[in-house]
Design a protein around this ligand. Sequence first.
Ligand SMILES: NC(=O)c1ccc[n+]([C@@H]2O[C@H](COP(=O)([O-])OP(=O)(O)OC[C@H]3O[C@@H](n4cnc5c(N)ncnc54)[C@H](O)[C@@H]3O)[C@@H](O)[C@H]2O)c1
Length: 334
Amino acid sequence: MRFLITGGAGFIGSHLAERLLARGDRVVLLDNLSTGCMDNIRHLKASGLMEYHLDNIENRQLVAELVDDADVVVHLAAAVGVKLIVESPVHTIETNVNGTQMVLEAACKKRKRVLIASTSEVYGKNTCVPFHEDADLVLGPTTKGRWSYAASKALDEFLALSYWKEKKLPVIVVRLFNTVGPRQTGRYGMVLPNFVKEALDNRPIHVYGDGKQSRCFCDVRDTVEALIRLMDTDRAIGEVVNVGNTEEISIEGLAQLVKQRTRSSSPIEFIPYDQAYEPGFEDMMRRVPSVEKLHDLTGFRPQTTLSEIIDRVAAFFQEKNESSTPRAATTSVV
Ligand SMILES: NC(=O)c1ccc[n+]([C@@H]2O[C@H](COP(=O)([O-])OP(=O)(O)OC[C@H]3O[C@@H](n4cnc5c(N)ncnc54)[C@H](O)[C@@H]3O)[C@@H](O)[C@H]2O)c1
């Protein structure tokens, strides 16, 4: 099989490419390296089965050509990360909406199977956890830039599902919950890599808000396994499916666990949201996926424990010796 992965030099894209190459598939990556990097994919070049294009998802002609040559398209390219979203809402909306539109339009001409990456952020301020795929999406006001990410991804979902309903384009929409693992950068406000780097350096671990907000963290290997199984499942077509781990932890609890796993002496410091982002920043208290639909469709439930994930991330940074960049950590908006 030949896969086109947009955003393939990113965190999840590079892990997906690695898995597909290992099973003998051909992989074409399209990435503009805005948040991804060559370091993520350099080791994959040796396989001889990978091709990459450093270009923009909004290059209509290139996207059309690459989609033409692919059997399956995995659309991961997006503006991601809370800092980026709060600071550049125009970029977020344009990248996420135009990019998805470009991919769907090209795929529709040749009826190619497409997986679209959405996010748990679309559940917004809904408090009925665990979140089921048919739950209401409760977004905040348009005056708060942070909601532009969720709204842009929700629009992507509507568009993808409309292509399925109206034009029979085989689409699968996946709502990813916090995904973590080696190669994820903390540069754009992702919580776990930042906590681990701070802990390894024995610097203060910065928790935004009161730390009582909780999240579930899924190992990227589990996420990739779920994506591959969903792409191989005809019953997933036209569906929206949560992908995430169900082990819930508060952000303060995460800071403590990171400290413990890395044997760090870092103090834990709390920073109000207003200072961390912008006045009036809104966060969600809990975000827990229901993974019953994923299990029903694929027989798979992500299960890597958080301790194991933290150990893997710490080992990655120690190997890369990346633990020296001072950064503040946040509750990820991804
Ligand atoms: N990591 C998570 O926890 C998480 C959670 C929910 C949803 N997602 C979704 O999963 C996808 C992958 O996220 P990730 O965590 O790997 O982030 P990432 O930033 O590592 O990957 C995104 C990739 O897209 C590329 N990109 C961005 N804009 C582009 C453009 N205009 N043209 C071409 N390439 C472009 C970036 O360079 C990057 O390599 C995204 O769609 C994201 O919204 C991720």
